[in-house]
Design a protein around this ligand. Structure first.
Ligand SMILES: Cc1ncc(COP(=O)(O)O)c(C=O)c1O
Length: 376
């Protein structure tokens, strides 16, 4: 059997990984500034992570949500405390798209409405409801075309948001903390406040998609918290498990649960919880939110000398380095000549940087040196 050929791949076969580095079969070392689409939060093979998962799988790796799960409760308590959403409830699932699918459905269950507001250049996943709020029609098949109504608004367009909500028929507004795939654009703090206020006024739910921008990556636990607002539903995945598939939907206590409303076989299993708890322990013990901001400052200072850089977008360690030329060739050189993984986005001129949150300054400055070698 062959693999279903949907991914263009680099000809690299990774065999091991440690901290901010990955190694191929010839023991060639690569600096990982991409973390497999922003997944690696606490570094590859972190000792706390390895220990938690190893010890857990020796005891019990999986059972479904038909029994008591103290590990889920431990994860929820820790996540509530570290994120500042202590009074919210947690629904666990397995991927980013699945968390958003559940969030959108939950909003509609809650207020009975079926129209959603999303934003231009958004990416929320590839399942049916999430595709319908993703601003990329190329990803949709014919079966996706007659889904619920979605209004796509330009990010930070206040008038369009007011107008779209004015008829009181919107179930939810879904917005990324910082746009990832779309190219690192973000709502201003004032706009996040407006979303929160208008959602309250018009009985719609504010869904913050923090799948990529969450878990400390922005220097806040969730990127929207920079605006000092609370979302009604927050979705998270990627960095939550540092590579172990896990997603979480954080839910305002006013949204009531009932048996059977949501469900999943694998979500919140013992191993996923062990991974998720390890990530939170490391974020707390290594004070990674502060560290992210320090590392961001060191990198931004080093990149200042490079005049080919037009703009640095994003926050913390979710950065887009924008040039006035397409980055395809530069990205290839970084990988092949400097052995540095970086990412791309919908913006052809933008390099996407999503390193582990505990990358050292020395390590991230290797990126600045490589850029200088290529561009100065
Ligand atoms: C903001 C955002 N939402 C949702 C998703 C979908 O996550 P997954 O690929 O785990 O389904 C992604 C993935 O890139 C994302 O960046």
């Amino acid at each position: 059997m062959n693999l279903f050929d949907v991914y263009p791949v680099f000809n690299i076969n990774l065999q091991k990984a440690k901290g901010s580095f990955v190694y191929d079969e010839n023991n060639q070392k690569y600096l990982d500034l991409y973390g497999g689409h922003g997944v690696i939060s606490i570094g590859h093979s972190h000792p706390t992570y390895v220990k938690n998962i190893k010890e857990q799988v020796e005891k019990i790796g999986f059972y479904s949500n038909s029994i008591k799960m103290p590990l889920q409760e431990e994860l929820a308590k820790k996540l509530g405390r570290l994120s500042g959403y202590e009074d919210y409830n947690l629904f666990l699932c397995n991927s980013g798209a699945e968390t958003n699918e559940n969030a959108i459905k939950l909003a509609s269950f809650h207020n009975g409405k079926s129209k959603i507001i999303a934003f231009k250049n958004s990416f929320h996943g590839r399942t049916a409801a999430t595709l319908n709020v993703t601003d990329n029609p190329k990803l949709s098949a014919n079966i996706n075309l007659n889904n619920f109504e979605t209004i796509f608004i330009k990010l930070n367009d206040e008038k369009a948001l007011q107008e779209a909500l004015s008829k009181n028929d919107v179930a939810a507004v879904i917005v990324e903390g910082i746009q990832g795939v779309g190219g690192l654009d973000e709502a201003t703090p004032e706009y996040f406040k407006l979303i929160a206020d208008l959602c309250k006024t018009h009985n719609a739910l504010f869904i913050a998609d923090e799948i990529q921008s969450g878990y400390g990556r922005s220097g806040h636990f969730f990127a929207h918290q920079l605006a000092d607002v609370k979302a009604d539903i927050i979705t998270t995945a990627k960095g939550m498990g540092n590579g172990f598939p896990i997603g979480g939907v954080l839910i305002n206590p006013e949204i009531k649960a009932s048996y059977g409303l949501l469900g999943t076989t694998f979500g919140g299993n013992h191993l996923a919880c062990a991974a998720g708890i390890a990530v939170l322990e490391v974020i707390e013990n290594e004070q990674l939110l502060d560290k992210v901001n320090q590392t961001n400052s060191a990198l931004c200072v080093a990149l200042k000398d490079i005049s080919a850089i037009k703009k640095i977008k994003g926050k913390g360690l979710m950065l887009g380095v924008e040039f006035d030329f397409p980055i395809k060739e530069l990205r290839g050189k970084l990988l092949n000549d400097h052995k540095i993984f970086t990412g791309a986005s919908a913006n052809p001129n933008l390099l996407r940087i999503l390193p582990p949150l505990n990358i050292s300054e020395e390590e991230i400055l290797l990126f600045a040196s490589a850029l200088k070698e290529e561009l100065i």
